[in-house]
Every structure is written in C-alpha cells, then in structure tokens.
Design a protein around this ligand. Structure first.
Ligand code: PHB
Length: 390
C-alpha cells in the first residue's frame, strides 16, 4: 500500500513537472536569401515580445526554434514543419511569410496536435484549410479593399491592375476590382505576373499603353516591390501623371531609403505603419529596433510576429502548458487587445485578425528620412475575402 501511494505521488509530481517544462515554438520564415530582411523582422518582433513580456508563461519556459525557408517552397515548408513537430517536439508552429508555404502545413496540424499561428501569409483562404490556423497578419482583401475608395476619391475612374500571379495577388486583384466597381470605377486591364518577374519595363509599357489613369499593384514585399516602384518611376509613369495605388506591401518602411523621392506622395492602405502614434507602438518600436539593430530595417512582419507571440502566450496560459491544439485555439477566439498597430480582435469564426486599416502617404520628415504618414483610418475591418474564399 505504502509503495503504491509513493508511486502515485511520484506519478503526480512527474506529470506536474512535465507541464512546467520548456514549450517549444517552431518558426518558419525566410532568414536567408533575397527575402531575409522579412524573416529578420519576424525574429525582431518575437524578440521584442519576449523582451517586454519575459520568456516564461506561468512555470513554463518558452523557447523559439527557427527554420529557414528562403523562398516560397511548399514541399520544403511541409518537411520543415514535420521535422519541427517530430524531432524538435514543438507544441506550436508559427511564422510563414509566403502563402504556398502556409497552405502546405495546414493538413498536418490535426495529427500533429499543433496550432499554426500565421505571422504573415495573407491569402484569405488559408484560415479555411484547418480549424487550427490563427492569423495575426492581414489579408490582401483586407488591405486592398479600402484603396479602391481612395482611388475613386482621387478622381480616378480607369485603373489597370498588376499583381503577382499567386494567392495573395489574385485576392488583391479581386478585392480591388470588387470595391472599385462598387464606386463606379472600371478596371480596364488586369495583368498577372509570374512571382519570379524582376524586369518590370515591359509591364510599365503595357500600363502606359492601357490608357488607365492609375495603376493598382500588389507584389509580396521584398526586392520585388522595391524593383516595381523604382520601375514605375524610372519608366516615366509618375511623370506622365499615372497615379499609383497599392496596399502597404509596396512601400514597406525598409524600402523607403532606397526609393527616396521616387516614392514621395504614394498612397497605400495597410494595417501597420512604423510611425503609428500610440504608447503601445512606441514601446514596440523601441524593443524591436533594439532587437533588429537598425530601426530603418523595421517593417510590418515584425508586428505580425509580435502579436503572434501574444496569441501563443495566451494559448500556453489556457492549456497550462499541456499540448492541446484544439483547446489552445478555442482560448484565443475573440481575444481582444491593443496591438502596436491599434485595437485588434481574433474573429471567433474565421480566426483571422480584425483590425484598423490606415491610409498612409509616403512623406519626408524634417530630418530627411521617409515614412508612411497615416492620414485616415478605416476602423475595425474584418476580412471581406472570406466569403470569396468559401
Ligand atoms: C503571401 O505570400 O501571402 C505574402 C507575402 C508577402 C506579402 C504579402 C503576402 O507582402
């Protein structure tokens, strides 16, 4: 009897101890190659969150394990996620810059008993691929819808749209078209470019030839967006008075020094500007700038990652550190907090983030630096793309 009691006590102690261990979070993103700065921003956001909130949730220590995925590569994404789950025994998967990489991981979540917290990938349909997906970034439907009204209010009635030919680009094209036509405008031509396109001169010629008064564009942030905005300027479209409308991916802050005056006056709509004026953002920018080492390199993936960590901390709290993906996701449905970007909620139905979308204009500060200046707020925007994704 005594031995039985001792064994029972030992079992309880051990099981309690098991829940007060290290909780591993596996983060997949581009940490090398042309998009490395985007991955660096994931890490800066995560480091900032842990610097401000500590590395412990109750008794559990949080450890983040990074895996490098330099470009969109669904097969490699799935392999990395499986390795993180099986070998590293991560309880949470997070990160994912490109849509195809996030899509590839959704089918393994249930068996792995692992939630997936998406810190960037922005195609609406991703959240419908598994009930264990939660997203803290944005969708291109969310960010491309309000810019259509801006274009119309600017007196533009004929627009040509140019997007990268994959999930978020197709979503952006559809979102802009739907909203612009509702305003009475017309999309005269819709161009889809391969994701690998880096010579934009022929596209610029087609834009000029189309007779449109404005161009709507989406490409994933990185060297691609920098090249596209440069080409718009260098091929004389700006000089010809063809206006430029886009979601904020096209004027991410880290690109602005290289764009210089070429970007001045460009209007974009987006969920986050580094210049956002709030105490929460001030604290975030200070911590994230310290983490990244150079404030000029900060961009939006950092805030998606920061808020993603907030969601994961809440999940760890709700499960007491135990691996229970369904319970973890359930616990963050409806979660509401003030992000560095402004007030946000995890929509309980879609598990996507509801947030303000801001109209911003690229502006030169007194000290000669460039920034996205917020000039209008579209409050509490859900994802208009989810109806389309069904
Ligand atoms: C995506 O692949 O979903 C994606 C990547 C970069 C962006 C936006 C969307 O800037």
């Amino acid at each position: 009897m005594k031995r039985f009691v001792l064994a029972a006590v030992a079992a309880i102690v051990m099981s309690t101890a098991a829940y007060a261990e290290t909780i591993k979070v596996g983060v997949v993103g581009p940490f090398s190659g042309p998009f490395a700065l985007q991955g660096k921003n994931f890490k800066a956001g995560i480091d900032a969150y842990m610097a401000i909130n500590g590395a412990k949730v109750a008794d559990n220590t949080v450890e983040v394990i990074y895996r490098d995925l330099p470009a969109a590569d669904p097969a490699q994404s799935k392999a990395l996620a499986q390795e993180l789950v099986v070998k590293e025994k991560v309880q949470y998967l997070a990160g994912f810059y490109f849509t195809p990489d996030a899509m590839a991981v959704a089918p393994i979540l249930k068996q792995a008993n692992t939630p997936l917290v998406i810190m960037n990938a922005a195609t609406s349909a991703i959240v419908t691929k598994s009930p264990l997906v939660v997203r803290t970034s944005f969708t291109t439907w969310q960010t491309s819808t309000p810019i259509a009204k801006v274009a119309h209010d600017d007196g533009v009635s004929k627009v040509i749209s140019v997007v990268s030919d994959y999930g978020p680009g197709v979503d952006a094209e559809n979102a802009f078209k739907a909203a612009f036509e509702k305003e009475g405008g017309k999309v005269v031509e819709a161009i889809r470019m391969p994701l690998s396109t880096n010579d934009f001169s022929p596209i610029m010629q087609r834009i000029k030839d189309s007779g449109a008064q404005g161009v709507f564009a989406f490409l994933p942030s990185g060297p691609t967006t920098l090249g596209f905005v440069k080409a718009y300027n260098e091929n004389g479209l700006k000089a010809a008075g063809i206006k430029f409308f886009a979601p904020g991916d096209l004027t991410q802050e880290s690109d602005l020094p290289a764009l210089g005056d070429a970007a001045l006056g460009i209007k974009t709509t987006f969920h986050y500007a580094v210049s956002h004026d709030s105490p929460e953002n001030k604290a975030f920018v200070e911590a994230a700038a310290k983490a990244i080492g150079n404030k000029a390199e900060l961009s939006f993936p950092a805030v998606g990652a920061y808020d993603g960590m907030n969601v994961i901390y809440k999940m760890i709290e709700a499960t007491g550190g135990k691996q229970d993906a369904a319970k973890a996701v359930e616990a963050v449905k409806g979660l509401t907090w003030v992000s560095p970007r402004g007030p946000v909620t995890i929509d309980p139905e879609s598990r996507h983030i509801t947030q303000n979308i801001y109209l911003r204009e690229v502006t030169k500060a007194d000290d000669g630096t460039y920034y996205n200046k917020e000039i209008q707020t579209f409050e509490k925007q859900g994802d208009p793309g989810l109806a389309a994704a069904k």
